[in-house]
Design a protein around this ligand. Sequence first.
Ligand code: BGC
Length: 419
Amino acid sequence: MMIRMFKTTAIASVLSLALTAGAQAAEEVEVLHWWTSGGEAKALNVLKEDLESQGIAWKDMPIAGGGGTEAMTVLRSRVAAGNPPTAVQMLGFDIQDWAAEGATANLDELAGAEKWDEVVPAALQRFSKYDGHWVAAPVNVHSTNWVWANKKVMDELGVTEPPADWDGFIKFLDAAKAKGYTALAHGGQPWQDATIFDGVVLATGGADFYKKSMIDLDPEALGSDTMKTVFDRMKQLRGYVDENFSGRDWNLASAMVIESKAAAQIMGDWAKGEFLNAGKKPGEDFVCFRVPGTQGMVTFNSDQFVMFKVGEDKQAAQNAMAKAVMSPKFQSAFNVVKGSVPARTDVPNEAFDDCGKKGMADLAEAAKNDTLMGSMAHGHSAPAAVKNAMYDVITNHFNNEVSSADAVEQLVNAVEGAQ
Ligand code: BGC
């Protein structure tokens, strides 16, 4: 009896010790991200609440600025100080760069137990894994070759179908401009200029040209007449933005479409998050269509939470976060709000609106047809050094009196110099 009692007490105290240790370890995650717009914050809340329901507190580290450029700079100083955050929102090649530095955690055990290999598409695994080891949990798949148009404006212009090709798109923009609208809502920041560029390269040269120029970085493709046409078209688009576009945040450009001040915005599908957050409905208030001429093709980017090497006391919370991010239920709930589609192939599309369903179908079709390609603007076609070199040329051409021929030459040189 005594022995039994002793045993029970001992087991109970070991259990309670373990629980306390577990509770302490699973206490907090510090997360660096650039999800600062209304729609983004709402999506992020889905994750915060999920973790909070598990007793894990959220320490927020928001650094505004799309494409993650500013966020990576802040991260650099945290890592250099030996105090990295628990998890960092990150894109494509940046993940590989940080993993190569040895700064990332190893998630193989969790990934194995949860069978990530079987449900995450190879196009994403190529970035989530470094040297065969899982270092990141992919949250979503976004894509950049989308147009978000105001339905009321389209109706007023008598446009019943999305434009099918570049000429049709220009006709649509001309008609909007003639009616006094800002035809193209745009924010003049390098990553936004580059986002438009993704779509224009694809619309102008097709999937093969995109691959050769943006992924293979083939000097011939970069210096070609097709690329000259790409720059001509960028200048053409420049003619449809309003005079206050310089420096404007992307979500403020979305707001111009939402408020019927502008006809359309070329932007990744995170823009849908802003429309939804403003209470707008796809098909009724806004229309989503692929950048005309890029139907059947997808330039994607995937936000992944890269887990950093943290002390043992923080690892349980880190693992819990990675596990939560990868749960099918979370992937549905989060992406419905964010505007993206799940990073897992086994999530049903029922909860998604028509744009989300189209996004999922387009992704599957493009993967099958080999027309699914990493977005240059969002770090999935080339490493940061090359991406930033391209940003400079694109933005300089968009804003200044630079001929397309000169821009092409600059692009070839910039890419060569950055490798
Ligand atoms: C990210 C999106 C984000 C967008 C604008 C992109 O690089 O992948 O998740 O919403 O930037 O902030």
